[in-house]
Design a protein around this ligand. Structure first.
Ligand SMILES: Nc1ncnc2c1ncn2[C@@H]1O[C@H](COP(=O)(O)OP(=O)(O)O)[C@@H](O)[C@H]1O
Ligand SMILES: [Mg+2]
Length: 281
């Protein structure tokens, strides 16, 4: 079996006000996988992510990262290997310049100046913000702040990247930028877990989807299959991706059948439509 990046067993998490945000979650993620952690608001996605890098520690059960348990004595190593991009980029940007913010992690990890420089340049290049290095982060647009926040994590070169709602509140161009960045990171063999309720954009870049509801994992499967499953999505308060909605409507209104797989991306829809056109020529 391939090496496990993340191994969560029977994880339960209770906030200090006694509310159970996670109720028995078990999950395995292999090295290099990209995972969509999907669910409506309040189901425990952020709480789960925070348990994966030790920002929170399990009330019951265990979390292992590359075989190392998330406990106090391993936290330093785990934080280095697992990067967390917060939903609000402003939580991640606090230095006078973008350069300083991106350098903050590697400096703290004790890298010598030339390596810090190399890492900062690499991270800024990947997110397309090289020319903004000397800018004050609070002067950046929201989309740029998101990319800047990703760069502050990339400069630490984590093996696992956790992203909380990375496309929330972004305009279409900025969403495209994020998708491109995540694709590139994923192609470098990093393990990525993306928490979101966005069924339209992020499925494109994830192999596997996990649906959460009420503090539990309710469904797991290939993104292409799970995101085309009307019943499961509806059951947990979610919707088919917009393309899938169209094909589902065609099926139910016109008694059509698109075999097993409902198209959920523009490319698969295009292919399906061309098949239909060619069949009827
Ligand atoms: N700091 C907190 N104290 C108490 N309850 C919290 C806290 N943060 C989140 N919760 C509760 O835990 C549940 C899961 O929250 P969260 O993990 O933020 O869900 P999601 O990210 O899926 O929206 C929610 O019911 C939420 O109200
Ligand atoms: Mg959340």
């Amino acid at each position: 079996m391939s090496e496990l990046a993340v191994n969560v067993k029977n994880l339960k998490y209770k906030y200090p006000d006694e509310s159970w945000a996670l109720k028995d979650v078990s999950l395995e993620v292999s090295v290099g996988e990209s995972i969509l952690l999907l669910g409506i608001s309040g189901v425990g996605k952020s709480t789960l992510l925070m348990n994966l890098n030790g920002l929170l520690t399990p009330t019951e059960g265990t979390v292992q990262i590359f075989g190392k348990k998330v406990v106090e004595k391993n936290l330093k190593e785990i934080r280095r290997r697992v990067g967390f991009v917060f939903q609000n980029p402003e939580n991640q940007l606090f230095c006078p310049t973008l350069w300083d913010d991106v350098a903050f992690g590697p400096v703290n990890l004790g890298f010598p100046p030339e390596q810090v420089e190399e890492r900062v340049e690499k991270a800024l290049k990947l997110v397309g913000l090289t020319t903004y290095a000397e800018k004050a982060p609070h002067h950046l647009s929201f989309g740029e702040k998101r990319r800047a926040a990703i760069a502050t994590i990339l400069s630490m070169e984590p093996e696992i990247l956790l992203l909380d709602e990375p496309t929330a509140n972004l305009d279409p161009r900025s969403v495209e930028n994020i998708i491109k960045i995540l694709r590139e990171i994923s192609s470098k063999g990093k393990t990525i877990i993306i928490a979101t309720h966005d069924v339209n954009t992020l499925p494109q870049i994830t192999d596997r989807t996990i649906i959460m509801y009420n503090g539990k994992i309710k469904a797991k499967g290939h993104t292409k299959e799970l995101l085309a499953d009307y019943e499961i999505l509806e059951k947990y308060g979610l919707k088919l991706p917009i393309i899938g909605q169209l094909f589902h409507k065609l099926e139910s209104d016109h008694k059509l059948s698109f075999d097993t797989s409902l198209p959920i991306t523009i490319n698969s829809a295009e292919q399906k439509i061309m098949e239909l056109i060619n069949r009827n020529k």
